[in-house]
Design a protein around this ligand. Structure first.
Ligand code: ZN
Length: 240
């Protein structure tokens, strides 16, 4: 299985706090726990040619993991369309944290994807509300993060196919923080935590969820349906 971790990689260049937490970049941290005997991981970033999202690379990618925040607008629409086509054609997509506002996620959702937010280093407790789902294999009743950014409802996304986590925040808000969608042949998993100034992607349970999410979103070998005018499989009796 081939996974591509894409990161905007801007905070890491300009914010010492972020650079100290993620010396190899957020993409580097995510790649290091995704890589195993069954999973080959590549990483690319916004400032690379074609944002590191060339057609050939996307064509061989089973699942794309996306982290972005301050430079969503710098992602070229041509590249967004290219990624979207691959998702509709079956490539899995894992959208993390502030990538809720990425062009690719907004385009696939068709809504504003807006929400409430607050940076107050508050506690987040992510409650598992779908314990049978493969994305929460090996995860307990909840995941607790001592310090995170708050995201609060209402989250302006379409009703998800599956709701896997609901977060509670110390300040009182709640948030649907684990959602799945299907678009075309592609599977999409949105997972909320991962603000850049906290070491969230080192949390073993967060890592487990992202690993499971990547496996769940993996492209399937199902045949592409044939659309349009269809020849009858059986003889249709002539009716007067
Ligand atoms: Zn954030």
């Amino acid at each position: 299985m081939k996974v591509l971790v894409w990161n905007e990689n801007r905070h890491e260049q300009t914010n010492k706090v972020v650079a100290d937490i993620y010396p190899e970049g957020i993409h580097g941290a995510i790649a290091s726990f995704l890589q195993d005997d069954e999973v080959t991981v590549k990483t690319t970033t916004l400032d690379e040619k074609e944002h590191g999202l060339k057609q050939e690379l996307l064509d061989e990618t089973d699942v794309l993991v996306w982290w972005g925040h301050q430079a969503h607008d710098e992602v070229d629409d041509v590249i967004v369309d290219r990624v979207k086509k691959r998702v509709l054609d079956g490539m899995g997509l894992v959208i993390l944290h502030s990538a809720h506002f990425s062009k690719i996620f907004k385009s696939l959702m068709g809504t504003t994807c807006d929400l409430k937010w607050r940076e107050a280093s508050e506690k987040e407790r992510l409650w598992v509300v779908d314990p049978s789902h493969p994305i929460v294999d090996g995860v307990g009743e909840y995941i607790e993060l001592e310090k995170e950014e708050m995201y609060g409802e209402h989250f302006d996304v379409p009703t998800p196919d599956e709701l896997i986590f609901i977060s509670w925040f110390e300040g009182g808000e709640v948030f649907r923080s684990g959602l799945t969608y299907r678009r075309g042949k592609g599977k999409i998993f949105y997972f909320r935590p991962g603000h850049e100034t906290y070491p969230t992607y080192y949390n073993p349970e967060v890592q487990k969820v992202i690993k499971n999410g990547v496996r769940w979103a993996k492209v399937t070998d199902n045949q592409t349906p044939t659309y349009g005018n269809a020849k009858a499989l059986e003889t249709i009796s002539e009716k007067q």
